[in-house]
Design a protein around this ligand. Sequence first.
Ligand code: GDP
Length: 300
Amino acid sequence: MATFGNLTDRLADTFKNLRGKGKLSPADIDGTVREIRRALLDADVALDVVKEFTGKVRERALSDEVSKALNPAQQVVQIVNEELVGILGGEQRRLRFAKTAPTVIMLAGLQGAGKTTLAGKLAKWLAGEGHTPLLVAADLQRPNAVTQLQVVGEQAGAQVFAPEPGNGVGNPVKVAKDSIRFAKDKQYDVVIVDTAGRLGVDAELMKQAGDIRKAVDPDEVLFVIDAMIGQDAVATAKAFQDGVDFTGVVLTKLDGDSRGGAALSVASVTGRPIIFASTGERLEDFEPFHPERMASRILD
Ligand code: GDP
């Protein structure tokens, strides 16, 4: 994966040095842990996450688990892999559906994070799984957001619920609320509510997102975050956690070539699982997130 190319190369070099050795001395392990630490920091993984990660790796690498292993170097790689799966959330967490339809999924995140694109991707994916999704245009901030969602909806083959002119225009909370009634009447079983973003976190945006959340009582609130955001990822994620208390994370733009480590910190820092990954602009560039697969790709 392009985003983690550099991290992958750095870790591979670190492990290559280790493989040349038979038994590992504490100095070997400290050297390795130091290199891993630098590689993660250079990839923009948040400092607290790096500290905790390297602390765990060091402790385990110095234990009997490694000194008694037939191949200590391989054992260290295995530990790094397991701890990486840990920061990425451990087990795969699937999208949660409501017991009684419709399931309501609300999308939140900064402008440009990829929410509207994700709405289309989710709709297409859900339709492929046998669902009948309804897209809801509750981003009434950007002049062309509604049109953009309509274009995406058409590509995904999904219906879009948008405010009628003169009725609820400018009131995203009302639009969101009305959409749930509409979905029940027309038997859509999943409602995907696209909300407005801003270029930076602001109080008004959070209040609006919080009000929409209250109005639609979602089964999932997905925080959409651009993997290219860099070190702001953690602060942004925390602000959205306080503002909308999201239930899961979607990483977007994992196809980009910038360092994506900051986004990798989000699950660990917020305690919320990454549920989907978006890897391009096309609607099919999207997949459920698997911590184990992602860790293997990074360590490839
Ligand atoms: P929103 O403001 O959060 O609704 O963001 P948009 O859905 O409008 O996306 C912003 C831009 O990012 C658009 O040009 C999208 O085509 C692009 N985009 C969205 N997801 C991805 C992705 O996974 N990879 C890449 N390369 N571009 C993406």
